[in-house]
Design a protein. Structure first.
Lengths: 167, 103
């Protein structure tokens, strides 16, 4: 059952990422990004990080993709006409790292060997995450700093995207 | 599912993100490639946290990935603001276009 769910979400993620990379129209790529992010959220669930999966859906799918769609709406329409050279040259540039990285990943994981007993999943993790953020004081300062970063980004992006007055 | 499966997916996502950043001319595609790359790294974090075994109750992978998501959201917002400002000054948002800010 778990492997079926894993393969389903892995297929969603990889097909979505392929469509983002290859679709000629900008809007299609933006919607394929939604599919990819949903697939990644599903993979987080299969890994037992259920709070993280919900955060991914709410923040990434619900926030960042809306932001991207606004960006697509406010900028000129764009369609890429793929040429053989335009496709093969970056593809070859990326195929070399993929070969190297896959080789290193497989070989390295074999060398590290057994990770030991993989413990059983124990959802829900929300209470433990909340404790770590606020009660155990382990992640309290990063939590506050992250909210300051978000405030600065909010003010900054509103200022950056303002409409100029013709004066 | 062993960890190799998740590492394979994150590698594929990373490479597709790099391809999107390199092979496209629109600045918004560059941002989408950056999002794919960040998600690949985050997936790696969670996969290694899950398969480490001994310290799963410390939730370290999950916490770090929450911070990654927060910072990627802030980065996307600021980057889109910059793109909109560039569009005010230049006729399109082609990344191969403007070669100087004062053009």
């Amino acid at each position: 059952m778990l492997s079926f769910v894993f393969y389903f979400f892995a297929a969603c993620t990889l097909i979505g990422a392929l469509l983002v990379a290859l679709c000629p129209k900008l809007v299609h790529s933006a919607f394929s990004l939604v599919l990819t992010l949903f697939g990644i959220a599903g993979l987080y669930f299969t890994l037992g990080a259920d709070f993280l999966g919900i955060v991914q859906i709410v923040v990434y799918v619900g926030g960042i993709t809306i932001l991207f769609l606004y960006g697509v709406m406010l900028t000129p329409r764009d369609s890429t006409r793929w040429s053989i050279l335009g496709l093969l040259l970056p593809g070859a540039l990326c195929a070399v790292p993929i070969g190297v990285m896959l080789h290193l990943a497989w070989k390295g994981l074999e060398e590290v060997g057994d990770f030991g007993q993989v413990p059983a999943l124990s959802p829900p993790t929300t209470q433990r995450v909340g404790e770590l953020f606020l009660l155990r004081d382990k992640y309290l300062i990063p939590f506050e700093l992250a909210s300051i970063v978000l405030l600065v980004a909010l003010v900054g992006s509103v200022y950056l995207a303002r409409r100029r007055r013709e004066s | 599912m062993s960890i190799s499966h998740y590492v394979f997916i994150s590698t594929a996502l990373f490479v597709l993100g790099v391809f999107t950043m390199v092979a496209r001319r629109n600045a918004i595609y560059v941002l989408m490639g950056a999002e794919l790359i960040v998600n690949a790294a985050a997936l790696n974090f969670v996969a290694f946290w899950r398969h480490k075994g001994a310290e799963m109750t410390q939730m370290s992978g999950q916490m770090f990935t929450i911070f990654i998501i927060i910072l990627a959201a802030a980065e996307a917002a600021v980057a889109l603001g910059i793109i909109l400002q560039i569009y005010h000054h230049f006729p399109n948002i082609d990344v191969t276009g403007p070669k100087s800010l004062s053009q």
